[in-house]
Design a binder for this molecule. Sequence first.
Ligand SMILES: CC(C)(COP(=O)(O)OP(=O)(O)OC[C@H]1O[C@@H](n2cnc3c(N)ncnc32)[C@H](O)[C@@H]1OP(=O)(O)O)[C@@H](O)C(=O)NCCC(=O)NCCS
Length: 240
Amino acid sequence: MLNQINLSHCQEQAEVVAAMAKVKAAYEMGDHMASLQAFRRYTRNGLDAAISFHPVHQVPEEERKWAFELMKTCVKEYYVRGGWGWNDRDKWQELTDETSCFLLARDAVSGSLLGFVSFRFDLDEGVEVLYCYEIHLSAEVRNKGLGKFLMQILELIAHRTHMRKVMLTVFKENTLSSRFFREKMKYCEDETSPLYCDPLHAEEYTYSIFSKTLTRPAAKTSASTTPAAVPTSSSSSFST
Ligand SMILES: CC(C)(COP(=O)(O)OP(=O)(O)OC[C@H]1O[C@@H](n2cnc3c(N)ncnc32)[C@H](O)[C@@H]1OP(=O)(O)O)[C@@H](O)C(=O)NCCC(=O)NCCS
């Protein structure tokens, strides 16, 4: 019995070590958009946007400030009303944490910023994930497909870096973005969301944690086959 417990403890530890190695490798990959040439431009619905990837240290101070102000405009009210309060310094530190990565969307002609995504590779409950911290677009470019396009890029990056899922937190009060993630992007309530972690008090929480699990077909025995990961719209975090 003791041996079995030790064995499963060792297995768990080995899995966490393997997950940490994937996170480390993801950070070492460099420009994640370099291999996604077809996704570097978004030209639809009157938009002509150029998308680029940057670790936080490559984002100039004035663009970080632009992203911060846009984020503040979009979500400060939810933090305040949700009882968390808003602290400029704390949110700035979170946004500019040294592990933060950015996708920036710019007008391809003028170069002006249209929106951004900030994300990190991380372990969540011992599982390797791409965590989307923020996604915000300027009001005038919303509902033109750019948000969906950026989320698809995140999912591709997550596949290529062998993350198990893409995660994000949404304020319940932010019904527009909740519906966007649920209905359009097919995200599901994560197993770590209050709905499942604290079901008796779930109503008291002001946020939900959503995720999309990335499945990989079982490896075929043929040496010539390279299995590719695919997102599953029906998958939930319970399948991890
Ligand atoms: C949330 C946000 C990123 C979505 O990006 P977007 O570019 O406006 O959304 P898209 O145009 O890509 O929407 C893609 C699809 O979802 C649909 N959609 C958009 N908003 C929706 C909503 N609130 N409910 C249901 N569907 C929605 C669109 O009609 C579109 O459908 P289609 O593919 O069938 O044409 C963007 O609106 C935004 O920046 N909002 C403010 C900031 C914010 O709340 N961020 C989220 C914090 S968690």
